[in-house]
Design a protein around this ligand. Structure first.
Ligand code: SF4
Ligand code: SF4
Length: 193
């Protein structure tokens, strides 16, 4: 009988201890400074989106700085050209066939050497799981992720993008590519105007 009482009260004590442990975490999180975004109300004011956030894949284009690179010069690329060589390493590294590349071979009439020429670089944003394996596989610095995250559409077919046919100019929001507004930990970023 005595043992039964002991296990009964012991059970209550254990329950209270478990409850206190849970509440301790809740209380700690209650007082921890938050960085909650009141999206979409603050999308044009205080919204911060980390630069490294993976929103969508884009083609990198040759910049003024790139023009000084001997590899870019050797390939005869001009300012604004894309850097993709259609090597298909990104396509092969993609676990779920998000990237589909078509290309053809062209012969240089002067040297007689053949090289691949890109016809189409299809990227299905609706299939992408943002693992970045494609970017890591690229040896030509030709693709990157941007933090442009507002990609919702009503028609899934609109998520099938052809990166070689677009000249990506930046996100849909002002300064988004640079991260938007500065991150203010400890504030609810709610400013709407
Ligand atoms: S993006 Fe890079 S890895 Fe993919 S085909 Fe072009 S050059 Fe090759
Ligand atoms: S991020 Fe991953 S899933 Fe998306 S295209 Fe690249 S390899 Fe494929």
């Amino acid at each position: 009988m005595e043992n039964k009482d002991k296990s009964y009260f012991q059970g209550i004590a254990d329950g209270m201890k478990t409850l206190a442990t849970g509440l301790k975490i809740t209380l700690k999180e209650y007082f921890t400074p938050k960085s909650t975004e009141q999206y979409p109300e603050n999308r044009k004011t205080t919204l911060h989106v980390s630069k490294r956030h993976r929103g969508r894949l884009v083609f990198k284009r040759v910049t003024e700085q790139d023009l000084a690179d001997s590899k870019i010069q050797a390939r005869g690329l001009q300012l604004g050209d894309y850097k993709c060589t259609a090597c298909t390493m990104c396509e092969k590294s993609c676990p779920n066939d998000t990237i589909k590349i078509t290309s053809h071979m062209e012969e240089n009439p002067e040297t007689g050497r053949k090289k691949k020429v890109l016809d189409d670089y299809q990227y299905d944003l609706g299939d992408c799981m943002f693992c970045q394996l494609c970017v890591n596989a690229c040896n030509f610095d030709a693709i990157e992720f941007t933090n442009d995250f507002e990609n919702a559409v009503f028609d899934r077919s609109k998520l099938v993008l052809h990166l070689d046919k677009e000249v990506y100019k930046g996100g849909s929001l002002p300064n988004l590519i640079d991260g938007g507004a500065p991150l203010e930990i400890g504030k609810f970023n709610t400013k709407t105007k």
